[in-house]
Design a protein around this ligand. Structure first.
Ligand SMILES: [Zn+2]
Length: 152
């Protein structure tokens, strides 16, 4: 066996190891996101004081039923309630980093946790594709050199 063939086998093994490692890292990141997320009921109160008159009003109600003032706390919690890390969006962003980036920009104000999932997915996907591209170029170059040395 020539040195080029050996190098090619070695690089293929390296590629396989990196691929498996990346999948493990993504799995860990997704499971970590899930475990650290708290259920909405634990952080979001059911009733809130009106910021204007102090009356107890249900969370998610934008306007106080007593004085009609806009309740900033309630509307803020209404947004928080819908926000949670999304494994589905993370996976989608991993395979399509550009879509992930767009989703991140769309979600970052209203649902920061969902945006973070997209951002992490997109970043991991981007880094992985860069690593894979570099490795494929190396393998290709080694392969070409191997061919050249065979026929030289
Ligand atoms: Zn009020």
């Amino acid at each position: 066996m020539s040195t080029a063939t050996l190098s090619l086998i070695l690089l293929s093994v390296m590629l396989l190891i990196i691929m498996v490692a990346t999948i493990i890292i993504i799995a860990v990141l997704i499971s970590k996101n899930k475990s650290t997320s708290v259920p909405p009921s634990a952080t979001v109160p059911q009733m809130l004081h009106c910021t204007s008159c102090g009356e107890m009003i249900p969370a998610g109600t934008q306007y106080c039923p007593k004085c009609g003032a806009l309740n900033e706390n309630a509307s803020r919690y209404a947004n928080v309630q819908q926000d949670s890390p999304s494994a589905g969006f993370a996976v989608l962003s991993f395979f399509f980093p550009l879509i992930g980036l767009i989703l991140y920009l769309v979600f970052k104000d209203q649902t920061p946790l969902k945006a973070k999932s997209c951002g992490m997915g997109a970043l991991t996907g981007f880094i992985t594709s860069v690593i894979f591209t570099i490795l494929f170029v190396i393998i290709y170059v080694v392969f070409i050199f191997g061919m050249l040395s065979m026929y030289a």
